[in-house]
Design a protein around this ligand. Structure first.
Ligand SMILES: NC(=O)c1ccc[n+]([C@@H]2O[C@H](COP(=O)([O-])OP(=O)(O)OC[C@H]3O[C@@H](n4cnc5c(N)ncnc54)[C@H](OP(=O)(O)O)[C@@H]3O)[C@@H](O)[C@H]2O)c1
Length: 258
């Protein structure tokens, strides 16, 4: 293996990806396995998770599905214990699972919706990262990648719960990086722009003109395919980014700059 290839090699690494049953999470799980990693597929849909695990196993890597609803801390506790019991260590966490909503005025947000968005997009990922960091510390460190949205940096009207719950995660990304750097843990975030997954299709389906509008927010004037998230995640997960922590990498076709 060449020295530059070795930088991105994830052989012997154990990666945990949430929401790995479909969309960006599925692409990330398969991409990490292609880079050499064993993968824990955390998801609610066991059948879809098992299909992803089958794809990973066919590449000769180990994969295990662990059911987890990110709204429930008890599920998150069980997930981390199950992952460590099976694989003995955790090297990489990708906090990918998340929810978005159709455009909605702030005045229509109710208590339940507010709680749900912060539970899934902020509270659960924070709890998971906190438990994983303790395990990573026992084996000398690791890398955590939080999947935000470009709306966490450039929020807009009518997507308030989505943008604000991800913006809170942006803040937590920095707190995690500062608290866990002494433990050998790097923490970075990716701020995706529009990717062609169910999330974007649902938004486009319910809102006339949304797809055209979102394409126009990019410099590249197109929506990304899920596999285009893999390179940035493998970079942040691997030794290729050994001196990078506390950062946010926009992967949004140039829609924003940091
Ligand atoms: N696609 C985009 O344009 C875009 C842009 C910016 C940021 N992102 C972010 O990228 C991440 C992945 O999004 P995606 O586009 O792949 O969306 P997606 O196709 O809708 O997939 C979302 C994933 O999150 C999981 N999830 C939702 N609620 C959950 C919960 N309570 N517990 C556990 N898992 C839960 C879903 O599981 P189920 O299958 O069980 O529902 C699914 O696996 C999200 O954090 C999203 O905010 C996406």
């Amino acid at each position: 293996m060449t020295a530059s290839k070795a930088l991105f090699d994830l052989s012997q690494k154990v990666c945990l990806v949430t929401g790995a049953n479909r969309g960006l999470g599925r692409a990330i799980a398969i991409g990490l396995a292609e880079a050499g990693a064993d993968v824990i597929i955390a998801c609610r849909d066991k059948a879809a998770g098992a299909a992803v695990a089958g794809e990973i196993a066919s590449q000769g890597r180990r994969a295990q599905v662990v059911p987890c609803d990110m709204e429930r801390w008890s599920d998150i506790d069980t997930l981390v214990k199950a992952a460590c019991d099976s694989f003995g260590r955790l090297d990489v966490l990708v906090n990918n699972a998340g929810i978005a909503h159709d455009p909605l005025p702030l005045t229509d947000v109710d208590e339940g919706m507010f709680d749900r968005f912060f539970h899934v997009n902020t509270r659960g990922p924070m709890r998971l990262a906190s438990l994983v960091a303790q395990r990573m510390a026992q084996s000398g460190g690791g890398s955590i990648v939080n999947i935000l949205t470009f709306g966490a940096i450039k929020p807009g009207g009518y997507l308030s719960m989505y943008c604000s719950s991800k913006a809170a995660m942006r803040s937590l990304n920095r707190s995690m990086a500062e608290e866990w750097a002494p433990l050998g843990i790097r923490v970075n975030a990716i701020a995706p722009g529009p990717f062609m997954t169910d999330m974007l299709k649902d938004l486009a389906g319910s809102t006339e003109g949304f797809m055209d509008f979102t394409v126009q927010t990019t410099l590249l004037k197109r929506v990304a395919e899920p596999h285009e998230i893999v390179g940035p995640v493998v970079f942040l997960a691997s030794a290729a980014s050994s001196y990078v922590t506390g950062q946010i990498l926009p992967v949004c076709g140039g829609g924003i700059s940091m």
